[in-house]
Design a binder for this molecule. Structure first.
Ligand code: E4P
Length: 214
């Protein structure tokens, strides 16, 4: 299972990388807006800093515009993956881009049939937004399970990025289902390694070590 970090903040990316288990980065316009620097400048800095895939989202919503923008974003670096919204025009663009060998991450996926369409269009990655589904009293992880079944049935290569992750349980269930990737906000990334009993146990071991004759 691969771990991506879901942020445009270079400091968070650097801190996550120190864990030694970071495989890639996903961004979106909302995340870049928090950094308060020009869009291309932020994406370029991240793509140069990280070896793994870095998802950069297009702003255009018509297929010709998406393809134009995607070709420009792809010039940033070989690791840039173009994030395309799951709309009809987006899927047309994905078909063209996959024909050109440009990798895509189809974003804003909320059901398994949308994911099937994206895979048929040649998407490299599909991003079901589990947290936003949970927010409206739907089961986000059920959608991931359905997508996995459909992709397995037909042997699609499209990798599933469990996105809109809100808590450690999303990651646990993603791993149990065998989802390829989870893209995780830094706060959750940091929290998944922690357990209070680990801290209590370690403190006791260190205290007891002092009693061992030297
Ligand atoms: C995924 O690629 C998106 O950037 C992200 O996971 C959206 O998460 P949110 O629902 O917390 O905004």
């Amino acid at each position: 299972m691969k771990f991506f970090i879901d942020t445009a903040d270079i400091n968070e990316i650097r801190k996550a990388r120190e864990f030694g288990i970071l495989d890639g980065v996903t961004t979106n316009p909302s995340l870049v807006s928090k950094v308060k620097r020009p869009y291309l400048e932020v994406l370029t800095e991240i793509a140069r800093e990280i070896e793994g895939p870095v998802s950069a989202e297009v702003i255009a919503t018509d297929s010709a515009g998406i393809v134009r923008e995607a070709r420009e974003l792809a010039k940033i670096g070989g690791n840039v993956v173009i994030k395309v919204p799951l709309i009809a025009e987006g899927l047309k663009a994905v078909k063209t881009l996959s024909g050109e060998g440009i990798k895509t991450n189809v974003t804003l996926c909320f059901n398994a049939l949308q994911a099937l369409m994206a895979a048929k269009a040649g998407a490299t990655y599909i991003s079901p937004f589990v947290g936003r589904l949970d927010d409206i009293a739907s089961e986000g992880m059920e959608v991931v399970e359905e997508i996995m079944t459909i992709y397995d049935n037909y042997g699609f290569d499209t990798e599933i990025i469990v996105a809109s992750v809100r808590n450690p349980l999303h990651i646990k269930y993603a791993a149990m289902m065998g989802a390829h990737i989870a893209t995780i906000p830094y706060s959750v990334f940091e929290s998944i390694v922690k357990h209070p009993l680990t801290d209590i146990g370690l403190a006791k071991f260190l205290e007891d070590y002092k009693k061992v004759p030297k």
